[in-house]
Design a protein around this ligand. Structure first.
Ligand code: MG
Length: 501
């Protein structure tokens, strides 16, 4: 008879296999699936998700977990596996099947309504759906259970950023806003750098070739992953040996492909660097969405928008686009990729204004969950906050409250992980610079491997062995904080814009 541990590992492996299959079908849906395949695909995904849910909530797994949790002889990694699966399982069993089905059904209607509302720029089409989703998510938060000393929002946040609490985030975000708003004002009022050369024609095939060169330099292994095109760039990690990236290419917006490549490759390198010896276990995963995002943002912004990076890559880019980049100086190119603008759209925001978009969403979803803000008042409050924080007023709901899909999916508590990622990224990069002598010189020579090796050791290899903040703390000596991010932005943009901050 197999031991308790063997029976548990078998079940854990099956759960990972199911998640992998769901991932591949989802990736295929966004990349190669013919349009009319959507009905069959929804059924396949629905079936697999139901099986995965059944397996995770099966009473036998619960019994195995209780037995193993009481076993003092487990190794550190074994203990972490039991802890992780137990965490996921306890969340899953708390939600009655009826509520899961109701959410799934509401989501698909809400997404359809959201698409129509966004197209017609009419929030009224979407608001009744959001109202219902909110009611379901409140019910789910109560079912998960409010953590001690916490509130409903925490119960949802826990699903993306385990252990993080409003009590920690709210004051940190307030402080962040306190120095970001004046910084944006100072920069957006300064004369903007020229970027006319970024609006020229850049051959899409050559953009694709250049993106592959960037992937290669970053150390993304194309024998253990691939890159394709999709409407919205994303990364799907199925296994350290099978990681799928997607990017998008616009002929007259060359930065879109470049930065989606660097961003998604940052996610992809993390996935390829997860502990292979723990394949098909709960440890071969990131401990939080924020830590995952820290890897994409570190590469995209701290590396990809730095002068050393472009010292190496602009000459390479010029080989592909000699005409578009004729007479463009390194300095001008660097300034153009770091242009700070008051834009109403989050996904187009630069790294200075970006977090203001997130802080606004955090405050509003928190108020909605607390039942302090009525859905019908959302557009007004949104627009007011945009003017106050960012100095820009959305022209309509389409470029305002309706711009993101997250709420239509019923995802509440997800947005803060973007800012957590940005803050972790700044601290990790600062620590990398301190630990790797001559790091910027390496980057200037296009040698990105030393940085990757450091990230592998400090961030990727632990997988889900430790909580996200512990991973960051052991790499940097500190937990979640805005100090390094502040020093980074003020140093970089003060110099670039020649303003005193
Ligand atoms: Mg990302």
């Amino acid at each position: 008879m197999p031991s308790t541990w063997d029976r548990f590992s078998q079940r854990m492996a099956e759960l990972r296999d199911l998640a992998g299959a769901i991932g591949i079908l989802t990736w295929d849906q966004e990349t190669f699936m013919p349009k009319r395949g959507v009905a069959a695909r929804s059924e396949q995904l629905g079936t697999l998700q139901a099986i995965a849910h059944e397996r995770l909530t099966a009473p036998e797994l619960g019994e195995l977990l209780e037995k193993l949790a009481a076993n003092k002889k487990l190794s550190g990694p074994q203990h972490a596996m039991v802890r992780s699966v137990r965490f996921d399982r306890q969340r899953a069993v708390k939600i009655p099947g009826k509520l899961v089905r109701e959410l799934a059904e509401r989501q698909s209607h809400a997404v359809e309504a959201w698409k129509e509302a966004r197209e017609k720029k009419a929030f009224g089409i979407f608001s009744p759906h959001l109202d219902k989703l909110l009611a379901i998510r409140r019910e789910m938060a109560d079912a998960y259970g409010v953590p001690k000393g916490g509130e409903r929002y925490d119960a949802l946040l826990d699903g993306y950023e385990e252990g993080m609490r409003v009590k920690r985030l709210a004051p940190l975000f307030e402080r962040l806003k306190g120095w970001l708003v004046p910084l944006v004002q100072a920069l957006a009022d300064a004369p903007p750098p020229r970027d006319d050369f970024l609006k020229r024609r850049y051959d899409p095939d050559k953009q694709w070739l250049f993106s592959l060169e960037i992937l290669d330099a970053m150390g993304f292994d194309l024998d253990r992953g691939r890159q394709d095109r999709s409407a919205h760039p994303f990364t799907m990690g199925v296994d350290p040996d099978d990681v799928r990236l997607t990017i998008r290419i616009f002929e007259e917006l060359p930065l879109s492909a470049i930065f989606s490549t660097i961003h998604e490759a940052g996610h992809g390198l993390y996935e390829q660097g997860l502990p292979r010896e723990h394949r098909r276990t709960a440890l071969c995963a990131a401990p939080s969405m924020g830590l995952h995002e820290s890897q994409s943002r570190l590469w995209e912004n701290l590396v990809g928008r730095s002068m050393p990076f472009w010292e190496s890559f602009l000459p390479q880019m010029r080989v592909h686009f000699p005409e578009a980049l004729a007479n463009v100086r390194l300095r001008d190119f660097y300034a153009a990729v770091n242009r700070v603008e008051r834009s109403p759209i989050r996904v187009e925001a630069d790294e200075v204004t970006y977090n203001l978009h997130i802080l606004l969403r955090f405050d509003l979803e928190l108020a909605m969950l607390r039942e302090e803000l009525d859905v019908t008042d959302l557009p007004g409050v949104w627009n007011e906050r945009m003017s106050k924080d960012l100095g820009v007023k959305p022209k309509n709901d389409g470029e305002g409250v309706l711009q993101d899909i997250h709420w239509a999916w019923g995802e509440l508590g997800y947005f803060p992980t973007y800012t957590i990622g940005n803050l972790y990224a700044a601290s990790l990069y600062d620590a990398a610079k301190r630990s790797i002598p001559g790091l910027e010189e390496h980057i200037r020579q296009g040698r990105l491997a030393t940085l990757l090796a450091w990230l592998r050791e400090k961030v990727h290899t632990p997988g889900r062995l430790l909580p996200a903040e512990e991973v960051v703390r052991s790499a940097t000596g500190k937990g979640l904080d805005d100090g390094d991010f502040k020093a980074y932005l003020e140093g970089k943009y003060g110099t670039l814009y020649g303003v005193k901050v």
